[in-house]
Design a binder for this molecule. Structure first.
Ligand code: SAH
Length: 213
């Protein structure tokens, strides 16, 4: 078995052992190659269950966290999904295999450009990536069936709650500091929001305004 094939098998094993049990999510993660979203020196570590640095001082999330968040989002094939925090584009590519349409936004234009190139090269035509401050959501495309935030906010941002359909689900890391955050699942019901605390996580912060590059 090649080094890559062996490393990919190890990654799938790590995902399962960390609680990613949804068969559809696992099969998508088997298909979408994380190595395509990492450039340079760190490509050789693409199949380790670790966050890794990407451009603009950001990170591509740990695969098991991507799996757990995707699983918690309960995406169905008819869903229109918003992801806040495109980063490398890895999470958006996974969502694109589960949803009808994915909108993804990042405050760094450089990351959005690089992610678009990967989406194009993989033929992922149901993803639209924008450079925008995602804490305001995407009013023109709202409402969404699912919203995934991959940067940590102090509270679930109000505009995102407002852009969630009734019956919709949002998954968001929430915390007062860079070190202690909790992954929260918000479900919107006709008469209000239900909050479930899922697990401790550690994400880069959700920052207001656009990045310099
Ligand atoms: N989902 C990504 C990892 C995201 S890292 C992946 O699969 O690789 C978090 C990302 O959130 C960073 O790229 C950062 O630039 C972005 N971000 C932080 N605050 C933001 C905001 N207000 N609006 C949009 N993107 C934001």
């Amino acid at each position: 078995m090649s080094f890559d094939a062996e490393a990919k098998m190890q990654l799938l094993f790590a995902l399962r052992s960390k609680g990613v049990t949804d068969k559809t999510v696992l099969s998508v993660m088997e298909r979408i190659d994380r190595g395509d979203f990492i450039q340079g020196y760190f490509t050789e570590r693409a199949y380790e269950d670790m966050p890794l640095p990407i451009a603009c001082g950001q990170t591509i999330s740990q695969p098991s966290v991507v799996g757990l968040m995707t699983q918690a989002l309960q995406v169905t094939p008819r869903d229109k999904v918003l992801e806040v925090g495109t980063g490398s584009g890895y999470q958006a590519a996974i969502l694109s295999q589960l949803a009808r349409r994915v909108y993804t936004v990042d405050r760094h234009a450089r990351l959005v450009r690089a992610a678009r190139e990967v989406f194009d090269s993989m033929g992922l035509t149901n993803i639209t990536a924008f450079t925008a401050d995602g804490s305001h959501g995407l009013p023109d495309q709202a409402p969404f069936d699912r919203i995934l935030v991959t940067a940590a906010a102090e509270d679930p941002p109000g505009p995102l709650l407002a852009q969630l359909k009734i019956g919709g689900i949002m998954v968001v890391p929430v915390g007062q500091s860079d070190t202690v955050q909790s992954l929260i699942r918000v479900t919107r019901h006709a008469d209000g929001f239900e909050y479930d605390e899922l697990r401790p996580v550690r994400f880069v912060p959700l920052v207001e305004g656009l990045g310099k590059e």
